[in-house]
Design a binder for this molecule. Structure first.
Ligand code: SF4
Length: 76
């Protein structure tokens, strides 16, 4: 996936506010006051293109999210 943009989707309705994704990818994921996932750069968005340098941690977050609230290009 060198040089390609990867698309990420978050589904806050599925999020159980566990905090894991923000620990794994703090430059991408943050939380609402209720602890539900949002994008650091676009708090109102549910889709974002992920810079190449962050793609590995976004994929790890998606795979480890206990409620499957994070999707990325290959799983969309
Ligand atoms: S890992 Fe999943 S359930 Fe946990 S805070 Fe992130 S999106 Fe929500």
């Amino acid at each position: 996936m060198e040089g390609e943009k990867m698309k990420c989707e978050i589904i806050p309705e599925r999020c159980i506010a566990c905090g894991l994704c923000q620990t794994i990818a703090p430059e991408i994921f943050d939380y609402t006051d209720e602890g539900l996932v949002l994008f650091v750069g676009e708090p109102g968005a549910t889709h974002e293109f992920v810079p190449e340098a962050q793609q590995a941690v976004v994929i790890e977050s998606a795979k480890r999210c206990p409620s499957h609230a994070i999707l990325y290009q290959d799983s969309l």
